[in-house]
Design a protein around this ligand. Structure first.
Ligand SMILES: CC1=C(CCC(=O)O)c2cc3nc(cc4[nH]c(cc5[nH]c(cc1n2)c(C)c5CCC(=O)O)c(CCC(=O)O)c4C)C(CCC(=O)O)=C3C
Ligand SMILES: [Fe+2]
Length: 413
């Protein structure tokens, strides 16, 4: 892997470095019109007493049965009541700050969550306090869907309304979906290749690749993105790009499939399938000698990864006698971190171009569909439980407009 910070790599438009990984995009005119970056994530408990309050935050108004909450609480208690997600985000925050500084971009990078401290409203208030008025958001989900996109936009809307009540005006935009960012694909492909090379030699040639993401209700999948089905299509795009890259590098046939983990909700409600455990059973029944499990749906080792894959799916594989290697998540892989900052720099240039400046930023995509939209169109990834204000999209009325009609639309969940 290339080092995280080679200062002389901050200039020049080269598309890839000598190792075939994407190179940095030049900072050009800096981040104008943005004056801050916000890393927006899910949040998780830091200690046992946090677990139930955290789960109530996650599921408020969502009708998740108590048995499911208790079962999920056990996953957290299995790890001492602490989710890995906060430390992962602290590491990503540091890496982003480092990368931003290495490119000579003088903006603060803050971190806020939907469900746990530090909350997004507090993070945005801190940025405002420091003088920020226009913030570019990097959410820790690479894909379209209500859970991965619009729900974060709703969190931002709530925060902007709360801050407007305090007399603080702040505008936010969100970078485009980055599932197809060359650095995200490269980080995942490198991790899959490394995992494949850890397999016993006699089974590696016949191994299959199991790409895993979070299951979502099929109704949510059907309505994801501007035209529906974007969640699954974007994952298939990543799955194809990662598998093709690893096949080319290893010469192994490595047949692959996209499967799902972490289903919740009532059994009567259909969610995306197959489940990873069922898929492992099927591979074993077909005589497949080994698997690489790659959680491409997660940007770092969330609870879903360390519990649902490293604990549950691992147990399934062990019971079947199926050798399994789990590929690392993108985490703070320098190619991934650089790709996120590339998208921040790109979006700033896109906004300057929209304001009349002569700029045509490169819009790299390692997916067959090409880069996705910058601004979510009206109705993108709808909230199927009922419309709520969401920032960063064409359907954002603005915190001021919401405040003017406060009591009927603003705040609350
Ligand atoms: C698409 C998607 C992502 C990826 C995009 C993104 O990253 O945002 C994601 C991420 C995460 N989901 C997480 C945790 C949970 N998700 C739940 C529930 C749900 N997730 C859903 C979908 C997603 N979820 C859905 C449709 C539900 C059910 C209804 C609902 O409640 O909306 C529940 C409730 C209990 C349960 O039913 O399992 C919990 C505790 C954590 C933290 C893990 C940690 O601590 O490391 C993270 C990163
Ligand atoms: Fe979730």
């Amino acid at each position: 892997m290339p080092p995280a910070d080679t200062p002389d790599a901050t200039d020049g438009p080269a598309a890839t470095d000598p190792a075939g990984r994407p190179a940095r995009v030049s900072a050009g005119a800096g981040l104008d019109p943005y004056d801050a970056v916000l890393l927006l994530s899910f949040g998780g408990p830091d200690e046992p007493d946090d677990v139930m309050p955290f789960l109530r935050n996650v599921t408020s108004g969502r009708g998740i049965p108590d048995e499911r909450l208790a079962a999920v609480a056990e996953h957290y208690h299995h790890f001492g009541g602490r989710s890995p997600i906060n430390d992962q985000n602290r590491a990503l925050l540091q890496a982003l700050r480092h990368e931003v500084a290495a490119r000579g971009l003088d903006v603060p990078v803050a971190w806020g969550n939907r469900n746990w401290d530090p909350y997004v409203t507090d993070a945005l208030r801190d940025l405002h306090e420091g003088g920020a008025r226009r913030v570019l958001v990097v959410a820790t989900s690479a894909y379209a869907s209500y859970s991965g996109c619009r729900q974060y936009r709703e969190d931002l809307a709530d925060a902007l309304v709360a801050l407007a009540r305090e007399g603080r005006e702040i505008a936010v935009d969100k970078i485009r979906h980055y599932f197809d960012a060359p650095g995200f694909v490269a980080a995942n492909a490198d991790a899959v290749e490394a995992a494949w090379r850890r397999l016993p030699e006699d089974v590696a040639a016949g191994a299959e690749l199991v790409l895993v993401t979070h299951s979502i209700p099929t109704a949510m999948a059907a309505t994801a993105g501007p035209d529906g089905d974007a969640y699954v299509r974007q994952h298939e795009s990543v799955a194809d790009a990662v598998a093709a890259r690893v096949r080319a590098r290893t010469g192994a046939p490595l047949p692959s499939a996209l499967v799902y983990c972490s289903r919740s909700g009532p059994p009567s409600q259909p969610w995306t399938e197959p489940d990873v455990n069922d898929h492992l059973e099927e591979l074993h029944a077909r005589g497949v000698p080994a698997v690489v499990v790659a959680p491409v749906g997660f940007v770092s080792d969330h609870m879903e990864v360390v519990y649902d894959l490293d604990t549950e799916a691992r147990e399934t594989a062990d019971r079947l006698g199926l050798p399994m290697e789990r590929a690392a998540t993108a985490g703070v892989d320098p190619a991934f971190v650089a790709a996120l900052v590339d998208l921040v720099v790109e979006r700033a240039a896109v906004e300057r171009a929209a304001a009349g400046r002569q700029e045509a930023p490169p819009r790299p995509s390692a997916g067959a569909q090409g880069p996705s939209h910058d601004v979510c169109p009206v109705g993108c990834c709808p909230n199927l439980r009922g419309a709520r204000p969401a920032a960063c999209g064409r359907d954002w009325p603005g915190a001021g407009a919401l405040l003017a009609t406060a009591g009927t639309t603003g705040g609350g969940r």
